[in-house]
Design a protein around this ligand. Structure first.
Ligand code: ADP
Ligand code: MG
Length: 228
């Protein structure tokens, strides 16, 4: 069985004028299918860079990345776009919903990109929005919802169609502590239901407590890996 995520000796260097910033160095880790893994580190430790490399949004300077056994570091833009559409859901700190679209339309969108027909899109989007507690908000637009509700839409969009991998970058970064707990219970509950692999990056210890594996990252390097 392939790992859900396998990273080998990953390095990322940014050049800013004459300066070299080593954002990530010597990163190796594996995540099993169905595992909940958290990358925990302070601001600037390289968390977003790591997630962007894993999602194929940026190219590594060196190293290998396999998602579901497939070599992401070797894919071209077309292959990457296709892979993300099929296999990867993404949750953002700032929700990134389309403001002109309703909750239902925002959540249907990834299925449209996957070529799913309209009726199935509507049914699946409605089902997952009900799962996240928004059955009465299907036609609301982002500005008509609270931050917690907008993140629930973001979660529904990431989980719709049950992609095997779900990545989240500081998913509770804009939320209070009560809403953070609700959102974390929701995300981990959804992932467990279909045995999806969850990778969350955060600076928040309380969020990391939900993970079965915590990767502590400091100045772009893995400090230690903790299994719960
Ligand atoms: P985190 O998400 O943990 O706060 P980041 O991955 O955003 O950290 O950043 C890690 C390091 O890489 C920081 O020193 C940051 O300034 C640098 N960095 C991130 N993105 C870029 C970029 N596009 N160009 C130059 N430096 C960058
Ligand atoms: Mg970040």
């Amino acid at each position: 069985m392939d790992y859900a995520v396998q990273v080998k000796d990953l390095r990322k260097v940014y050049r800013v004028g004459e300066e070299k910033v080593v954002a990530l160095d010597n990163i190796s880790l594996t995540i099993e299918p169905g595992e909940i893994c958290c990358i925990l580190g302070t601001s600037g430790s390289g968390k977003t860079t790591l997630l962007n490399l894993l999602a194929g949004l940026e190219k590594p300077t060196r190293g290998e990345i396999y998602l579901l056994g497939k070599p992401v570091h070797k894919m071209d833009e077309r292959q990457l776009a296709h892979f993300r559409q099929r296999y990867l859901g993404f949750i953002f700190q700032a929700y990134h919903l389309l403001p002109a679209l309703t909750a239902l339309e925002n959540v249907s969108l990834p299925l449209a990109f996957r070529g799913v027909d309209r009726r199935t899109r509507q049914r699946e989007a409605r089902r997952i929005l009900t799962d996240v507690g928004l059955s009465k908000h299907l036609l609301h637009r982002p500005t008509q919802m609270s931050g917690g509700q907008q993140q629930r839409v973001g979660i529904a969009r990431a989980f719709v169609g049950n992609p095997p991998l779900v990545f989240a970058d500081e998913p509770t970064g804009n939320l209070d502590s009560v809403t953070t707990r609700e959102i974390m219970n929701l995300i981990t509950g959804l992932a467990a239901k279909h045995r999806q692999t969850l990778l969350i990056v955060t600076h928040d210890q309380d969020v990391a407590a939900y993970a079965s594996k915590i990767v502590h990252i400091l100045d772009g390097r893995i400090e230690r890996i903790e299994s719960n």
